[in-house]
Design a protein around this ligand. Structure first.
Ligand code: 2HA
Ligand code: ZN
Length: 275
């Protein structure tokens, strides 16, 4: 068996390509990480490099991720190339017992490194693992066009974005009843934006980066890709309505939203409703 025959690796590769096909990943845009369940680590163990890479500091620390293994996309790698060259574009990394460094144990061939956004992914994993009792395993960052466009015209508040998205497609309040958080424009790639994002991930499973993109967290591949896809599709509808030049005659009201929540058994973040 090769690493690319392992089920979770195949799912990971497919999701990278799905994002490319959706237009979320121009050039090296976007990144994906998966916190491996113990059973998959055991499956992969015979396939790991006999001599692991050296420990590299993360410049952020998460004790609850000590000893975990992640599949990660590589810094500067293109989602478009993942199916053709998984060993060059992807890697498996191990976290040290202090939760502040990583080493490469598979892939990222020829001197590759984990995604430039690994600090953000790492802190988000830490927060989402704690918030969901270990249920969430994925963090996904993409550059979806319509959502980014909205960050130029909507107020950069959790409330404005959540309401616009909830009102633009009936399934939205069911898919993300907790709403979405918004981080103002910041320099990407560092500890500062990682901390700001992970703070919001304590309550949200989706966080908008103004003029940049979206981070989402989820249980598995379907759940996580589905959340990205749903949010971007709703943003597309909202933007198409605005761009039509027609006045908005009707929308999904707050009481409609409450009715959806009641019938589907989800709890909407009430602070985001009402005038
Ligand atoms: O991987 O998307 O935010 C490139 C990026 C940085
Ligand atoms: Zn990005």
């Amino acid at each position: 068996m090769r690493m690319t025959d392992v089920g979770v690796m195949q799912n990971f590769m497919r999701m990278c390509n799905d994002g490319w096909l959706q237009g979320y990943h121009e050039r090296n845009g976007g990144n994906l990480t998966y916190r491996l369940p113990q059973a998959d680590v055991a499956l992969m163990r015979p396939l790991l490099a006999p001599v692991p890479g050296t420990w590299t500091p993360l410049h952020v620390c998460a004790p609850n991720l000590a000893g975990e293994y992640f599949i990660t996309t590589g810094s500067g790698k293109y989602m478009r190339n993942v199916l053709l060259d998984p060993e060059g574009c992807l890697g498996v990394v191990e976290i040290n017992p202090q939760g502040d460094s990583y080493r490469i144990v598979w892939g990222l061939a020829n001197g590759g490194r984990p995604t430039s956004e690994f600090p953000s992914h790492f802190l988000n994993h830490s927060v989402r693992k704690a918030a969901t009792g270990g249920a969430h395993h994925m963090i996904y960052h993409a550059h979806p066009v319509n959502l980014i466009a909205l960050t130029y015209i909507l107020p950069l508040t959790d409330r404005a974005f959540t309401r616009a998205l909830w009102q633009s497609a009936t399934e939205c309040p069911v898919v993300f009843p907790g709403g979405v958080g918004v981080v103002p424009w910041m320099v990407p790639g560092g500890a500062e934006i990682a901390l700001a994002t992970s703070k919001l991930m304590e309550i949200y499973d989706a966080v908008v980066w103004a003029h940049h993109g979206l981070f989402v967290s989820g249980v598995d591949f379907d759940d996580t890709f589905g959340l990205m896809h749903t949010i971007e599709k709703s943003a597309e509808i909202y933007l198409k309505v605005l761009s039509s030049g027609q006045p908005v005659r009707q929308t999904i009201t707050d009481d409609n939203l409450r009715a959806i929540a009641r019938d589907f058994g989800v709890t909407l973040r009430e602070a985001l409703l009402g005038e």
